[in-house]
Design a protein around this ligand. Sequence first.
Ligand SMILES: [Zn+2]
Length: 98
Amino acid sequence: MAKAKFTCEHCGRGFSMAAHLARHLSGGHGIAPAGGKKSGLKRGPKKGSWGGKRRGRQPAAIAKLGLGSMSADELAQVIVAARGEVQRRIVSLQEAIG
Ligand SMILES: [Zn+2]
């Protein structure tokens, strides 16, 4: 058994089998065998993304205000009214501030 196909690059010892060298590296030098890295290389499918589909989830406000059951016309009226209300509040805030 003079063949030493695998040589330890740290101490020069020869091994006939890769497994022996790996064992020597981990046991004798404290080096983890290559290929066993667990450094986040494997990434599974992203959790939390909906795969591009945006259906099935309403913003909380829509559910809360019942906007989901309104027609587009009604929604438009709500938007106009809400915008006016926001304007009015901004004005009153500005007046309060001075
Ligand atoms: Zn060695």
